[in-house]
Every structure is written in structure tokens, then in C-alpha cells.
Design a binder for this molecule. Structure first.
Ligand SMILES: Nc1ncnc2c1ncn2[C@@H]1O[C@H](COP(=O)(O)OP(=O)(O)OP(=O)(O)O)[C@@H](O)[C@H]1O
Ligand SMILES: [Mg+2]
Length: 164
């Protein structure tokens, strides 16, 4: 298993700040694969990430539209929510084409489409640990994302299991 790192957000503002720090590192073709329970904060994170890329449009949860593209100052932003999709449907929709596009892709409920995610990506698992507290466990897959975590100075996560 790849190394894991952790960011403990005590408030929405801290999640927003962390998403902004990640956005500052984003390059074309970067992929963030988010998982976490309903209401964990995946969409809130995506909104903050988009804002930090200079997206001025309102970023909503794309649960029904599956994929939405935005123009940022810095990069295009592709926001996916695959909660309602099967892996087969995701393949038919050609979602994988976005991963190699000129923008940065953020996928909510990414584990559903794990087989078609690009090999290199930053996995972020958000866990609710209190009313406003969230644990964001980051698993960089690939050297590029390993460097992101190092640049952010994130401490290693020593917890157990996939996402705990
Ligand atoms: N530290 C925090 N980080 C992120 N969101 C937080 C935090 N504390 C409270 N919240 C609240 O939790 C909610 C998260 O909702 P959000 O829609 O982002 O969840 P989600 O993971 O996308 O859920 P879904 O799976 O239903 O799409 C928001 O109302 C947000 O304000
Ligand atoms: Mg959501």
C-alpha cells in the first residue's frame, strides 16, 4: 500500500483551506479521487478546490449530471459525482477521457469506478469525526502526488484499515 498522510480539519474553514492548498499544486491531468460517507464534505471540498482554481461559477453537487466542466483562471476543473453510476455506465460515458484532459478532475465516490481511475492519483478519504470535524486521509498513488503531500508537510497516518 502507498504511504498515507492525514489532515485533521476542525472546521469547514480548515477543509476549505486544505482544499485550497491542494489546488495550488494542481497541474493539467491531475486527479483527486474522493470518498467518504454521505455528508462527509466531498462536495464542500470540491467547491473550495474549484474556488482556489479561480472558478467563479457556482459549483453544485453533480449527482444528477454526473460530470460538470468549469473554467478556472488557472486550469479547467472537471467535477464528477459517480454515486449513481455503475462501473459499466461510467465506462460507456467515457469518463476516463477527462482524466487525461487539460484540466484537473475531482471525483466524488471515486471507489465506485476504481478500475477506470488513472493509475496515478491522489486518493482522499473524508471521515466525519464530529459535527464539524473531519479527518482527511490522503493516499498519494504516484511520485507526483507523493511530492504534493511532502510539500504540504502532512504527517503520516498510522491508522488502521482502508479509510478509518
Ligand atoms: N470540516 C468540515 N469539512 C467539510 N464539510 C463540513 C465540515 N464541517 C461541517 N461540514 C458540513 O458538512 C456538509 C458536507 O456536505 P457535502 O455535500 O459536502 O457532503 P458530501 O460528502 O458531498 O455528501 P454526498 O455524498 O451526499 O454528496 C456541509 O453542510 C458542510 O458545511
Ligand atoms: Mg457530494
Amino acid at each position: 500500500m502507498a504511504n498515507r498522510y492525514v489532515y485533521e480539519a476542525a472546521s469547514v474553514e480548515e477543509t476549505v483551506s486544505f482544499a485550497g492548498s491542494l489546488a495550488a499544486l494542481a497541474v493539467p491531468g491531475a486527479v483527486l479521487a474522493l470518498d467518504g460517507d454521505l455528508g462527509a464534505g466531498k462536495t464542500r471540498f470540491a467547491q473550495a478546490f474549484a474556488a482556489a482554481l479561480g472558478v467563479t461559477d457556482v459549483v453544485n453537487s453533480p449527482t444528477y449530471t454526473i460530470i460538470k466542466e468549469y473554467e478556472g483562471d488557472k486550469l479547467p476543473f472537471y467535477h464528477m459525482d459517480v454515486y449513481r453510476l455503475s462501473l459499466e455506465e461510467a465506462e460507456e460515458l467515457g469518463l476516463d477521457e477527462y482524466f487525461h484532459g487539460s484540466g484537473v478532475t475531482l471525483v466524488e465516490w471515486a471507489s465506485i469506478i476504481a478500475p477506470i481511475l488513472p493509475e496515478e492519483r491522489l486518493q482522499v478519504n473524508i471521515k466525519t469525526i464530529g459535527p464539524d470535524a473531519r479527518r482527511l486521509v490522503c493516499e498519494p498513488i504516484g511520485a507526483v502526488y507523493e511530492i504534493w503531500c511532502e510539500k504540504l508537510g502532512l504527517p503520516a497516518y498510522e491508522g488502521e484499515g482502508d479509510d478509518e
